[in-house]
Write a protein that binds this ligand. Structure first.
Ligand code: UDP
Length: 238
């Protein structure tokens, strides 16, 4: 298995083909972007941290029975993944109100919810990834109703596993975004990344933000938060 041509370059990742048509290489970059790419910086070592964190978290959900695209780490910044066609929806789960939900509904950030929220956003940079009702997604063919129901159940399982995993190291999972992909046989796999770029993670005691909000809101040095999450997770498994 060898690295092939560049298939896609995103804000924080590159995806390469391989000599095996079923496999791709994900390469995590040192870039951080926010507000639909309008804020952009580079942080030496971010790619390596997210490669390790995402690999570890995808393995944790896979161990609990959620099928994912992750195969194995290849190097400091690269991981081998199964090739999928991405469903054009971002699946967001929220355990507390934060970010766009706080702004949209005028509710204070950190407010607890009666139950986790399941949201879908249409993946479209030009439109700013708008929130869509499941009925919009199904009626326009972004996903079938059965795929939407499957993703909702799968995301609820991921929420349970990640919340437990983080709680064990003194971190609260506030919200996160998932992406799913279709395999050739039509089945879905959890794809993309699970990292502090795509999750809000707060220290359970101090409330310190350990995730990308440090960069979005200029709160604190970005990578100190990412390193702290990885340090705690590694310590818990040694
Ligand atoms: N998120 C993401 N990519 C996006 C939008 C959101 O990974 O394009 C994650 C974000 O890190 C947070 C969750 O999804 O953990 C909910 O984000 P929200 O809708 O509150 O958006 P934001 O406040 O970042 O605009």
């Amino acid at each position: 298995m060898e690295q092939g041509r560049l298939l896609y370059e995103g804000k924080a990742k590159r995806v390469f083909a391989t000599t095996d048509p079923d496999l791709v290489i994900f390469e995590y970059k040192d870039d951080a972007t926010a507000f639909n790419g309008t804020k952009h910086s580079q942080f030496a070592g971010k790619g390596e941290l997210n490669n390790r964190l995402s690999g570890r978290l995808l393995e944790a959900v896979a161990a609990a029975g959620v099928p994912t695209h992750f195969v194995r780490l290849l190097s400091a910044t690269q991981q081998l993944c199964r090739r999928v066609v991405i469903v054009p929806l971002e699946v967001v789960i929220r355990n507390r109100v934060a970010g766009s939900m706080a702004r949209r509904l005028g509710i204070e950030e950190g407010t607890t919810l009666r139950h986790p929220v399941f949201e879908l956003c249409y993946k479209n940079d030009e439109l700013g990834d708008p929130l869509v009702a499941p009925s919009h997604a199904a009626a326009t063919g972004m996903a079938t109703w059965s795929e939407i129901r499957w993703m909702e159940r799968s995301a609820a399982t991921v929420n349970r596993i990640l919340s437990e995993h983080m709680a064990a190291v003194g971190i609260e999972l506030i919200d996160f975004k998932l992406e799913y992909g279709r395999r050739d046989d039509g089945s879905l796999l959890l794809a993309d990344e699970i990292s502090p770029d795509t999750c809000r993670l707060w220290d359970r005691t101090t409330g310190e933000r350990l995730d990308k909000d440090r960069f979005r809101r200029d709160l604190a040095p970005l990578l100190d938060g990412y390193r702290e999450i990885l340090r705690r997770l590694e310590e818990a498994t040694t």
